[in-house]
Write a protein that binds this ligand. Sequence first.
Ligand code: NAD
Length: 362
Amino acid sequence: MSETIKYGIIGTGVMGQEHIQNINLIKNAEVVAICDTNEGSRNKAKSLVKESTKFYNSLNELISTNIADAYIIATPNFTHIDVLEQILKTNKHLLIEKPLCTITEDCKKFQTLSKNYSKIIWTGMEYRYMPPVKKLIEEIHNNVIGKIKMLSIREHRFPFLHKVDDWNRFSVNTGGTLVEKCCHFFDLMRLVIQSEPIKVYASGNQDINHLDEKYNGKTPDILDNAFVIVDFENGVRGMLDLCMFAENSEYQEEIVAVGDLGKIETFVPSSASGRDSSEVRIGMRKDNFTKSIEVKVDKEILLAGHHHGSTYYEHLAFINSILNNKKPDVSLRDGLMSVAIGEAAENSIKENRVVFMKELNL
Ligand SMILES: NC(=O)c1ccc[n+]([C@@H]2O[C@H](COP(=O)([O-])OP(=O)(O)OC[C@H]3O[C@@H](n4cnc5c(N)ncnc54)[C@H](O)[C@@H]3O)[C@@H](O)[C@H]2O)c1
């Protein structure tokens, strides 16, 4: 393989386009092939790539051309399992957008099918690479706050955007809000806490959003707010506070961890704010010690997506793994576990009870 990674993008809606824009910023990477079943999405992608990029409207055609080194799967959640089953025939490096699949069972099925796959399979969890989040994680893992005891993640944002054919309005297509959106945060919890979840209890509802919309006579059924508590094996507690009717919040995500020595927090500006700088703040329990670290993102990188620069850094890490034969930073197991915690949280709300992770036979 050459030192330039040739990408094929499968699905060029909102997220596929974000991938293209970020790959365009990387010197040793290029998009050589695009596959989307929707003409509108293919046309949007055309304006972002070189004239030489090949376009396909079926996955089989793309696969048979065999011109890419790596594929990005950015199709709707409910299509992932079918796309993945087909793409395994290619033996190319894969970056699969979150959530890996809509249900844990399909994640397990894919894990079994890909057991002997020799190339990288990477779950797309770019929040890990969001510069202020990455800095916060580094500080926690350097024991700056001592032994972590509590981790709380708040996401207050605008409602789900419209997607091609409105697939994101129904839980059967997405896995439910706590899988679709919040798998990112459950992945961060496992990464920060370095332990596995044992039980999940959640309260949530669809109180405001999409209740006046109808698709083929059906009203959307996706949660728009929830509190989720996750207890981990090492005794650490994680909590998610999600609200999706909080337009114009100053920060889209706020992450706070407290340990036996002190507290660390960061605030991620909403993408609408266009702010390129954020703060990681540390406050120690003793000596009135506080410290503020400014974290900046290059403007060009910031403008290449909606995730505070993180997709760019995710690609640098993916390429580094490919070129140096390294294990993926975000494994299939990580993808599976983030779906499983989301599914447990959805079940906890539906069934009004604590859900034990062992119920999911992981
Ligand atoms: N990592 C993140 O932060 C993040 C953000 C947004 C979306 N996503 C994920 O990215 C994926 C795509 O979401 P989106 O927001 O771009 O949705 P979207 O509806 O904007 O785009 C999906 C595209 O996939 C195409 N498509 C559908 N079936 C296909 C198939 N079989 N083969 C080829 N193309 C097909 C559609 O025509 C559409 O253009 C989802 O899994 C979503 O959860 C991740």
